[in-house]
Design a protein around this ligand. Structure first.
Ligand SMILES: NC(=O)c1ccc[n+]([C@@H]2O[C@H](COP(=O)([O-])OP(=O)(O)OC[C@H]3O[C@@H](n4cnc5c(N)ncnc54)[C@H](O)[C@@H]3O)[C@@H](O)[C@H]2O)c1
Length: 311
């Protein structure tokens, strides 16, 4: 397949592009390098367009590009930034997407895969855990709202123009090359500190849980979404496993072969206590499942940060 990956120089994109190339697909990356890093991608083997996805040139080049599918990862990923500056968030996450969708439908792209988020669900009560895809979406940040808005745009583009889509709502993604802004930062923060011999701090009692999924498993979920027959719907990509921060530190300790003793600080206001997404729909309909155990993923992540801090 000929595949356009917007935001391909970002953290998740860097895992996806490697996998797509290994599978023999033709890949074009469109990225404005605002948070992405060109050096996080292989040197060659694909086309790289340094462009903002809101630009007229981006639309023209996508429209002329003959892509079978678009994987749309580009956007701003910071919940806090979306609250401080909803205009910036909407420009990045809505207007950029509309430009990409217009180009996609003009040029006969067959399918768009979209990176949505657990933040689309908002703060859910513990009785609905693990959260399934049919739970009403009730985001509590503009970031979550713009992701939900794009989900609606995709449904309407499908209705009006027959452009198929798959929405993927990611849990807390971690792995090599993750930045420390944006979603899911706790593992990248801890991994960097462990790699450089610094101590860890947990806010609150450490019993708060997250659903940590390795970026390579997200990349394989996207590959399944490119070929599934079950399109025009949303899937969670998650492990469906809750890991508390205390357990996370213990697993980090196993991964690096030494005990870690984090400091504790008061809990931060507004942090949700428990979080996990159901993944049965993606397993049943797309035949996907996460493969990388947390300990192995943490080992790879610490090794990566140790290698970059030593150069
Ligand atoms: N990391 C997570 O835990 C997580 C969870 C849920 C959803 N997501 C979503 O997955 C996608 C990828 O996230 P990531 O963690 O790799 O973030 P990232 O910031 O590393 O990647 C985003 C990429 O998009 C590029 N970009 C941003 N604005 C652009 C624009 N206007 N035009 C062109 N390129 C632009 C950036 O340079 C970067 O390379 C995002 O849409 C994010 O919302 C991530």
């Amino acid at each position: 397949m000929e595949i356009l990956v917007t935001g391909g120089a970002g953290f998740i994109g860097s895992h996806l592009v490697r996998l797509l190339l290994a599978l023999g697909h033709g890949v074009t990356v469109l990225d404005n390098l605002s948070t992405g890093v060109r050096e996080h991608l292989p040197v060659d083997g694909f086309a790289f367009w340094e462009l903002d996805d809101r630009a007229p040139e981006a639309r023209a080049r996508i429209a002329a590009g003959h892509f079978d599918a678009v994987v749309h990862l580009a956007g701003q990923t910071m919940v806090d930034a979306s609250i401080r500056d909803p205009h910036f968030d909407a420009s990045e996450n809505v207007l950029g997407t509309v430009n990409v969708l217009e180009a996609a439908r003009e040029s006969g792209v067959k399918r768009v895969i979209f990176a949505s988020t657990a933040a689309a669900y908002g703060d859910v009560t513990e009785d609905v855990l693990p959260v399934a895809e049919d739970l009403p979406l009730a985001p509590l940040s503009f970031y979550g709202l713009t992701k939900v808005t794009v989900e609606h745009y995709l449904a309407l583009y499908q209705k009006l123009y027959g452009l198929d889509y798959v929405v993927l709502r990611f849990a807390n993604v971690y792995g090599e090359r993750q930045g420390d802004k944006g979603e899911g930062g706790v593992i990248s923060i801890f991994a960097k500190r462990i790699a450089s011999g610094q101590g860890l701090t947990i806010f609150g009692d450490g019993g708060q849980t997250r659903d940590f999924i390795y970026a390579g498993d997200i990349a394989s979920g996207i590959v399944h979404a490119l070929t599934t027959e079950h399109v025009n719907t949303a899937y969670n990509l998650s492990t469906q496993t809750e890991t508390s921060l205390n357990d996370l530190v213990a697993i980090f300790g196993k991964a690096v072969g030494r005990e870690l003793h984090p400091a504790h600080q008061p809990a931060r206001e507004g942090d949700i206590y428990r979080s996990t997404l159901a993944n049965e729909k993606a397993k049943a309909l797309m035949g996907w499942q996460p493969e990388v155990p947390l300990e192995e993923g943490l080992r790879r992540t610490v090794a990566y940060f140790a290698s970059v801090s030593s150069v």
